[in-house]
Structures are given as C-alpha cells and as structure tokens.
Design a protein around this ligand. Structure first.
Ligand code: S3P
Length: 444
C-alpha cells in the first residue's frame, strides 16, 4: 500500500469555528463492513465507507485473499464475497500500514482458514503487542510465529477446522473480541467470548445483520457472546454512520474556541462509543443532539456544539472503554478547563498507535500546559479558558489522533504549533484539514 510521505504542518489560531459539516464514515464499522461482506456469498454494497488508509489496507488484504472489492463512481463500494471458508492463499505479505484493527481482525479471519498469511506494518504498528490475539487464536489451533515480543512482522498459519473456545477477555478490547468471533465464523460448534467490561459492539450488531447465529447474554461474569460457526453470511446493503471518534475533534475545538457554533452531522452514537460526550458534558460543554435516528442499525444524531466555559472533572474510569480513542482530544479540552482534570484507568493508551499518555504529556507540556503523567492516565491543569502558550514543535509519532488533537489545541494557542508530521491524519480522516479550513472560513 502507499504510505504518505512525512509532512510537517504549522497550525495557528484562526478565530471561531462556524458552520455545518459531516464527519467521514466510522472506521471500526468500515473495517467490519468490508470483512463481513468479503465473507458473504454474493454482492454487498457499502455506502459511506471511510476511505482512509487504515480501511484501504483492509480492502487490499481482502482482495489479496480473493474478494472482489470495487469503488463505484457514485462512491458506493461493492464487495463480492468468497463465502465463509472461501478465503484464498495471498501471494505476498499483507501490508497493514498503521492499522491495528486491520491486523488483529484479519489475523482472526486467517486463523480458521487453510491458508498462511504474513502481516507487516509501519514502525508504529510494528511496536504494538499482538500477544493478546496470538494467545486465543493459538488455542483455536492457529500456528502463529511472531517477531520478538509478539510483534509484527508475524505469520499466521490457519487451521481448518479450528477448535471453538470459550474465552474471557483479559483486557477490554473490541479488537480481541472481534478477532475471536471472526475466527469462530469458520469454526464448527459454538465460539464464546465473555467480556467482563463491555466494549464497542459493532461486530455483534453487524454479524446479526449478516444472518449469523449469534446471541448476546448479560451474566454475572459479563456479556457472553456466543457464535455458531460454519456460518453462512447473506450479502447486505450497509450504510456506515459518521465516526464519533472523528467528530470528537470538532466537539472539543468548538468547545474551546470562543464564539464557535458547529453542527456536526450524522454522528454515530452507539452507547459503547459515547464516553467523550459524557465526559465533555460533565465538564460543562454545550452539546445538543438533534434529529436522533437509526442508520445501518446504529443510533445516529446531528450534534450542535457551542463554545462553553469548561470546568475540570475527575473523568470516571468506567468511561474508558467507550472513549478509549478520544483521550488525546479530552486532554486538550482539559487544557482549557478551570482546574485540574484527572483521567486515570486508561492504561491501554500506552499501547495505541503511540504511547498516548507519554505523547500527550510531552505535547501539552511543550505548549506550556501543566501536566502530570500517571502510569494509567494524565492530570491536566487548564487555563480556565485563556489560550495556551503553544509555539512548540510536536512529535506526532505516526499517530493520527495525536496530530489532530494538537491541531485542535493550536486553534486556541498564543503562538502557532508545528506538527512535525501531519501525514498520519490520512489513516482515519483524510479531509481533516480541509474541514478545518471550511469551519474557519479559509480556502483549502
Ligand atoms: C477498535 C477497538 C479499539 C480502538 C481501535 C478500534 C475496533 O481498540 O482503540 O481504534 O475497531 O475494534 P481495542 O479494542 O484494542 O481497545
């Protein structure tokens, strides 16, 4: 796949954000839409697919394993699936780029097919732990050879038929849950995943939509997801809602820049994804939900967000799974709140595209914000609404969310902030800077 070359970028304050925008399709749902469509028998159509590098990496890998995937001129993606069990041996290594979701979910897919696939990725992805999927997939029978520390590059030799397992998630991870369910699709019998702490449930919702025999039961041990294998998936017409993780940047930007008033259209509001909304409201943000509706089996609304005086809070640790990708944006909001915001219980941030605790502590600290780093989070002392100093060059560390969060911080900084590399934005939100120009009245 094509990797964007590094690209430094200066971001300066430019006044209030005003207007109505739509965010791109949800990344998690886009990956799953392609994967389940590739496993269905027949032709699926996907509207609103996120055309970011991460999702394109998933599409390329599925093509390499036999699915036919085309983007029509009207922007709809059409997928001719091979059927569960029908994936073919890829010719070369599967290049996952920056995408942990592509890697972990596709490892699950390969694990129960009679094929062998090598997974490679960029410098960020090659540092991320894969042991969390290697362990359950090996128990199902896959033979996985990883680089030291359970990292990429690694090779998965699938077993067919694989062995169904009952697996209690040791970390709250939708990627691990989904990898096991994907492996379970081509495994005889019932594969069960027990999640003590609920994580995003897009796989469960979408698998049910594709006709899989799947049940979800709440028990004292947590949510039990049971999937009957050797499934037959029926092709679907899917509409992907807008990504709340991309909307997050505008929710924070409009909240911190005086005079802002932004309507973010078509935002997915699945309750497993709305932790940031809850946290920002606790901080006093003005966010109004308009026109609530259902899109593609997911709750959706338009969000009107206006500038507000934010106050510091202790971010409830139980929100972590439902806002795990939004902490960098939340830390930026905290930098403008009155008082010290404490966000803990988010240890997983250390193993994302970068160590997001260390990355945001360094980035905000360099911009004059008082931060204290904890092993599982950050304390951030805000300005009470005044601009931060800014004026620093930020290492974005191949992490799109660090780049976009610090671009947002720059919108209310006394001196411009330089992102050493803004190219990672293309993994999840290629139009981010164009949308920023739109909201601030500049031409792209
Ligand atoms: C994702 C799950 C989350 C999230 C990632 C996307 C998914 O990771 O951070 O960006 O699509 O399943 P974990 O499940 O590992 O926490």
């Amino acid at each position: 796949m094509v990797h964007s070359p590094p690209q430094s970028r200066l971001v300066a304050a430019r006044g209030a954000l005003l207007g109505a925008i739509a965010v791109p399709g949800d990344k998690s749902i886009s990956h799953r839409a392609l994967m389940f469509s590739a496993l269905a028998v027949g032709t699926s159509r996907i509207e609103g697919l996120l055309e970011g590098e991460d999702v394109l990496a998933t599409a390329a890998a599925l093509r390499a394993m036999g699915a036919t995937i085309v983007r029509r001129d009207d922007g709809v993606w059409q997928v001719d699936g091979v059927g569960v069990g029908g994936l073919m041996q890829p010719d070369g290594a599967l290049d996952m780029g920056n995408s942990g979701t592509s890697t972990r979910l596709l490892m699950g897919l390969v694990a129960s097919h009679p094929i062998t696939a090598t997974f490679t990725g960029d410098a960020s992805l090659s540092k991320r732990p894969m042991g969390r999927v290697i362990e359950p997939l090996s128990t199902m029978g896959a033979d996985i050879t990883a680089s030291p520390g359970g990292r990429l590059p690694l090779m998965v030799r699938g077993l067919c038929p694989a062995v169904p397992i009952d697996y209690t998630l040791p970390v709250a991870s939708a990627q691990v849950k989904s990898a096991i369910l994907l492996a379970g699709l081509n495994t005889p019998g019932i594969t069960r995943v027990i999640e003590p702490v609920p994580t995003r449930d897009h796989s469960e919702r979408m698998l049910a939509g594709f006709g899989a025999d799947l049940s979800v039961t709440e028990t004292a041990e947590g949510r039990v997801i049971a999937l009957r294998g050797e499934a037959e998936l029926r092709p679907q017409a899917i509409v992907v809602p807008g990504d709340p993780s991309s909307a997050a940047f505008w929710l924070v930007a409009a909240s911190i820049v005086p005079g802002s008033d932004v309507l973010v259209r078509n935002v997915g509001l699945n309750p497993t994804r709305t932790g940031l909304l809850t946290a920002l409201r606790l901080m006093g943000a003005s966010i109004e939900e308009q026109d609530p509706r259902t899109v593609g089996g997911e709750p959706v609304a338009d969000l009107r967000v206006r500038h507000a005086s934010l106050r510091a809070v202790e971010v409830p640790a139980e929100l972590a799974p439902s806002m795990i990708d939004e902490y960098p944006a939340l830390f930026v909001a905290a930098a403008f709140a009155a008082g010290t915001t404490v966000a803990r219980g988010a240890h997983e941030l250390r193993v994302k595209e970068s160590d997001r605790i260390a990355a945001m502590a360094a980035a905000l600290g360099a911009c004059g914000v008082a931060v204290e780093e904890h092993d599982d989070g950050l304390s951030v002392t805000g300005t009470g609404g005044a601009p931060i100093a800014g004026g620093a060059t930020i290492a974005t560390l191949l992490d799109h969310r660090i780049a976009m969060s610090m671009a947002v911080a720059a919108l209310h900084a006394a001196a411009p902030i330089t992102l050493d590399d803004a190219a990672p934005v293309a993994t999840s939100y290629p139009a981010f800077f164009a949308t920023l120009d739109q909201l601030t009245g500049h031409r792209a």
